[in-house]
Design a protein around this ligand. Structure first.
Ligand SMILES: *Cc1c(COP(=O)(O)O)cnc(C)c1O
Length: 375
């Protein structure tokens, strides 16, 4: 299966079978009792949303998590029924849209709870919410104190709101801090229980916590990066694989003489007579400009380092050492991000080179890069 409108040779190939197999591996790991939320914010970490919903649902995802209303609506446009939780902030003016589309919302203030209840009442609906508790990250959430307790008790009495879930997020600072956060969360949930407020779905684990600390699974895990085969865990292990390959082609070859410069400012100069390949991918496609003097691409299993500054739409690599490149440069596949077995840079490796994380690298891959879905 390929897209019928194949407009560019710089592509992200997304393997839906691997996506499905990653979900199944995660399900096997967490067991039958624990629900699986697939977090598919930021265009599914760059892998697309609409095109992946069916396979994710049929592989066993119970609910989707997103950061924004726009992402939730994208899922709704292809699946009318699947539960969707907005994990982040939604402006007051958009809560009506949340209600009308049967989307669940994270709540961390009385003001929004009241507003959501009123809108739901006017629409003759019951809106599902998950309460967020701040146990230390200090991003979003109710502080676990008496005041919050009484507010949540009030929310639980609102007629057009159903508190389906309660959750927190770990800073993953270290195991001791994790445990502190986990205990804070559980204590607060217990306090609510003592007021007879029993919220069915408690959750705190992201991808890393899910694999490294099964004791944090509770009723549901929220897995993002791992479904795309991005490994962040250290202790546990499952058999996930990268879902995508970022690839391009060679647009042109140049034979240059020792001493000649390449690309803006001639920052790279040939230390020998060289063959330079120009690739139609640049930083506007999400290839970080700062990879210029660190990264490489893979051509027929050989590494070809970047030669000169990565430009907006193009970059240049040194292919002098690649066998037979001159006779078949127009037929080769150039892998930008791939698998170690192709001698390609992995997203993990790139993130380390640049001192950032994998999600930062993944979500930079821009709209201009064509997504191709294969089975
Ligand atoms: C993004 C996000 C996740 C998923 O994170 P991964 O590390 O990609 O698994 C889980 N929970 C919340 C609240 C998030 O914002």
């Amino acid at each position: 299966m390929t897209n019928s409108f194949d407009i560019r040779d710089t592509k992200m190939i997304i393997n839906l079978d691997i996506l499905s197999s990653n979900i199944k591996e995660i399900k096997k790991f967490i067991g039958e009792e624990v629900k699986l939320m697939a977090v598919i914010k930021a265009n599914g970490y760059g892998h697309g949303i609409k095109q992946t919903i069916d396979i994710l649902v049929s592989s066993g995802v119970n609910i989707f998590g997103v950061a924004t209303l726009g992402e939730a609506l994208e899922i709704r446009s292809v699946d009318k029924d699947i539960p969707i939780l907005i994990l982040g902030y939604t402006p007051d003016r958009l809560l009506e849209c949340v209600v009308n589309n049967n989307i669940s919302q994270t709540i961390f203030s009385m003001k929004q709870a009241e507003l959501l209840n009123k809108i739901s009442k006017d629409a003759e609906k019951t809106t599902i919410i998950h309460i967020k508790i701040d146990t230390g990250l200090h991003r979003l959430g109710y502080e676990p104190n008496e005041k919050s307790l009484s507010e949540i008790i009030n929310i639980s009495n609102m007629e057009n709101i159903f508190i389906e879930g309660i959750f927190s997020h770990l800073a993953l600072a270290n195991e001791e801090e994790n445990d502190k956060q986990f205990d804070k969360f559980n204590n607060f949930v217990d306090m609510l229980s003592s007021y007879n407020i029993n919220i069915p779905i408690r959750h705190i684990a992201d991808s890393i916590a899910t694999i490294d600390f099964p004791k944090y699974h509770l009723d549901m895990v929220r897995v993002g990066a791992l479904i795309y085969g991005m490994r962040g865990y250290r202790r546990g292990s499952i058999n996930e694989k990268p879902v995508m390959t970022l690839q391009t082609v060679i647009a042109q070859l140049h034979n240059i003489k020792k001493g000649e410069g390449v690309s803006y400012d001639y920052l790279w100069r040939a230390s020998r007579d060289s063959i330079i390949a120009t690739l139609p991918i640049g930083y506007a496609d999400g290839l970080p400009r700062s990879l210029t003097d660190k990264g490489y691409v893979s051509i027929n299993g050989h590494k070809a380092p970047f030669a000169g500054l990565i430009n907006m739409d193009q970059c240049t690599v040194d292919v002098t050492d690649i066998p037979d490149i001159e006779s078949n440069y127009d037929k080769v596949k150039v892998i930008i991000y791939g698998d170690e077995k192709d001698n390609a840079m992995t997203v993990n490796e790139v993130s380390k080179m640049l001192g950032t994380n994998k999600n930062d690298i993944l979500t930079r891959i821009s709209k201009r890069v064509q997504r191709i879905y294969v089975r």
